[in-house]
Design a protein around this ligand. Structure first.
Ligand code: XMP
Length: 505
C-alpha cells in the first residue's frame, strides 16, 4: 500500500488515481495525521502532494521529522519536495520568477528516471524552490529556471520532484510514479477489482454477522453497486427499499427492479408516485421542490423501514471523493445528501456499512461490472436525487412528466445511436414552462418548448456545452415533435457552467 500525504494540493485525488491505475492500492491522509497513519497502516511507500503554501509561512503545513526515520521510501512532489528539504535542513526560497507550464527537464541517472529519455517535458507550477540541498541529497534534474528540479537521497530512499508527474502534461510522469512504486518501494502491481470485491465482501460479512442491513436504493450507480455487493455478502439479511418517486426517466424503475428482484436480497419497490405528486402540487420554486422531494423521500423510506423489525445496519453508497472532499473527516462522514435528502431519523440502527468508501467513481463502476451488474446500471450518467422534478420547470404534474420522459428518451436514444453516448458526459431534456404558437398540418398549436442539454465535463463542477452535429440535433428535433404530443418547439442550451449550472433548477 502507498500512502498519499495531502498538503492541500489541487491534484491530491489525481495522484491517488494515478497510483491506483498502476494497480497499487493507496489511501490519502491529511498531513497532520501522517505520522499516526504511517504507524497504523505501515505503507510500503509515501507520496507527499503539492500544496498552496510556502514552507516558511507561519501557518504552513509542517510534518514531523520522525516520518523520515521510519525507513519507508518517500516521494515529495512540489510543496512535498519543499517540505522535505525544509524539514531535513535544506533551504527553500521564492524564485525570482514564478515557473508555470510545460518545461523541458534535463535529468541525471536515477532510479526514478529509469527508462526515461533526457530532455522531456514536465508540468511546473511553483513560486518557491529548493535553493540548498539537505545533507546527503544530490540534484538529479534541472530546468532553465530551476537548478534543483529534482533531488534524491538514494541511501535513505528519499526522492523529490519540483514538478507534477501526476498531470497529463508531464510527458513521462506516469513512468516516474511507476519507477517510484516498483523500483524504489518494490511494491507489486497486483491490486485489482476482483481482489477488492472478494476483500470487501469478506469485510461486510464479518462486520454484519447475523445482523439485518437496510439500504435505500435509488437506482444510481453508487447505491446499485452497494446493493450488489451487500447481496453477495449477506444475501437475505439485506433489505433494499427502492423508493419509486415517479420522477424517474422512462423505463428506469422497471430496469432497477429487473436488476435486483431475483438477487437473493429482499427487494421492496415502493410505488410512491401519488405521494410525491401530491406534495408537489402548486409548488413552482426550484428550492421548494427540491426540499419537498427530499423530505418526502425520507418519510417514505421511514414508513417502509419501520415495517422491518430490528434493523442493525444502515448501508450507504458513500464513495472516496465524498470523504476526501469533506476534509478527510475525523469521524465517519455521513453523507447527508446521498440520495435525495438526509438520513432517516426514525429507523434505529447500530452502525453504518459503507463498502465503497475507499473507491473512486470509475472504480465503483468497475466493481459493479465485476459483481455482474448490467451495463445500463453501471454506466449510468449522474441523475439528480430529485429526478425529473427539477427538469420539469414550474409545477410538476404527471402529464408534464410523461411528456418529458418520452422526449428525453428519444434524445438519449439518438445520441447513443450516433455513438456520442460515451464522449458526452451528461445529456437530457428539460420541459420548460413556456408555451408558444406553432403550426401542425393546417392547424394552429399552442404547446410546450422543450430544451435539450448536453455537456462535457470531468468533474461536474465546471462544464462545457457539447457541440452536437446539426444533423443529429435535426433528427432529434424531428422525431420529438412528431412522436411526442404537446411539444411544438425545441431549443438547444448553449451555455457552459459557469455561468449556468448543468441542471436547470
Ligand atoms: P449542477 O446543476 O449543480 O449539477 O451543475 C452538477 C451535477 O450534480 C447533479 N445534481 C445532483 N445530484 N442530487 C444529486 O445526487 C441533487 O440534488 C443534484 N442536483 C444536481 C447534476 O445532475 C449534475 O451532474
Amino acid at each position: 500500500m502507498i500512502l498519499v500525504v495531502d498538503f492541500g494540493g489541487q491534484y491530491n485525488q489525481l495522484i491517488a488515481r494515478r497510483v491506483r491505475n498502476l494497480n497499487v492500492y493507496c489511501e490519502v491522509v491529511p498531513y497532520n495525521k501522517a505520522l499516526k497513519s504511517i504507524d497504523e497502516k505501515k505503507p510500503q511507500g509515501i507520496i507527499f502532494t503539492g500544496g498552496p503554501n510556502s514552507v516558511y509561512e507561519e501557518k504552513a503545513p509542517q510534518i514531523e521529522k520522525e516520518i523520515f526515520e521510519r525507513n519507508i521510501p518517500i516521494l515529495g512532489l512540489c510543496y512535498g519536495m519543499q517540505i522535505m528539504a525544509h524539514t531535513l535542513g535544506g533551504e527553500v526560497k521564492p524564485a525570482k520568477q514564478r515557473e508555470f507550464g510545460k518545461t523541458i527537464l534535463n535529468i541525471k541517472d536515477s532510479l526514478i528516471f529509469n527508462g526515461i529519455p533526457n530532455e522531456n517535458y514536465v508540468w511546473m507550477s511553483h513560486v518557491d524552490r529548493v535553493e540548498k540541498l539537505p545533507e546527503g541529497f544530490e540534484t538529479i534534474a534541472n530546468t532553465d529556471n530551476c537548478p534543483i528540479a529534482a533531488m534524491q537521497n538514494r541511501e535513505k530512499k528519499l526522492y523529490a520532484l519540483q514538478f507534477h508527474p501526476e498531470v497529463n502534461h508531464s510527458q513521462f510522469g506516469n513512468e516516474m510514479l511507476k519507477n517510484f512504486i516498483t523500483e524504489v518501494c518494490k511494491v507489486e502491481q497486483n491490486w485489482n477489482m476482483s481482489n477488492y470485491a472478494k476483500m470487501a465482501i469478506e469485510e461486510v460479512k464479518n462486520k454484519v454477522g447475523d445482523g439485518k442491513v437496510l439500504l435505500a436504493l435509488s437506482g444510481g450507480v453508487d447505491s446499485s453497486v452497494t446493493a450488489a455487493l451487500l447481496s453477495k455478502a449477506v444475501g437475505s439479511k439485506l433489505t433494499c427499499i427502492f423508493v419509486d418517486h415517479g420522477l424517474m426517466r422512462k423505463n428506469e424503475g422497471d430496469e432497477v427492479e429487473a436488476a435486483f428482484k431475483n438477487s437473493g436480497m429482499n427487494f421492496i419497490r415502493v410505488d410512491a408516485e401519488d405521494r410525491f405528486l401530491n406534495k408537489l402540487k402548486g409548488v413552482t420554486d426550484p428550492e421548494a421542490k427540491r426540499k419537498a422531494i427530499g423530505e418526502e423521500f425520507i418519510r417514505v423510506f421511514e414508513d417502509e423501514g419501520r415495517k422491518i423489525k430490528s434493523v442493525d445496519f444502515l448501508a450507504q453508497g458513500t464513495i472516496y471523493p465524498d470523504i476526501i472532499e469533506s476534509g478527510l473527516g475525523d469521524a465517519a462522514v455521513i453523507k447527508s445528501h446521498h440520495n435525495v435528502g438526509g438520513l432517516p431519523e426514525v429507523v434505529d440502527f447500530k452502525d453504518l456499512v459503507e463498502p465503497l468508501k475507499m473507491l473512486f467513481k470509475d472504480e465503483v463502476r468497475n466493481l459493479g461490472r465485476e459483481l455482474g451488474l448490467p451495463d445500463y446500471l453501471v454506466d449510468r450518467q449522474p441523475f439528480p436525487g430529485p429526478g425529473l422534478g427539477i427538469r420539469v420547470i414550474g409545477e410538476v404534474t404527471k402529464d408534464k412528466l410523461d411528456i418529458l420522459r418520452d422526449a428525453d428518451y428519444i434524445f438519449r436514444e439518438e445520441l447513443e445511436k450516433a455513438g456520442l453516448g460515451k464522449e458526452i458526459n451528461q445529456y437530457f431534456a428539460v420541459l420548460t414552462n413556456n408555451r408558444t404558437v406553432g403550426v401542425m398540418g393546417d392547424f394552429r398549436t399552442y404547446d410546450y418548448t422543450l430544451a435539450l442539454r448536453a455537456v462535457k465535463t470531468t468533474d461536474f463542477m465546471t462544464a462545457d456545452w457539447a457541440r452536437i452535429p446539426y444533423e443529429i440535433l435535426d433528427k432529434v428535433s424531428n422525431r420529438i415533435v412528431n412522436e411526442v404530443n404537446n411539444i411544438n418547439r425545441i431549443v438547444y442550451d448553449i451555455t457552459s457552467k459557469p455561468p449556468a449550472t448543468i441542471e436547470w433548477e
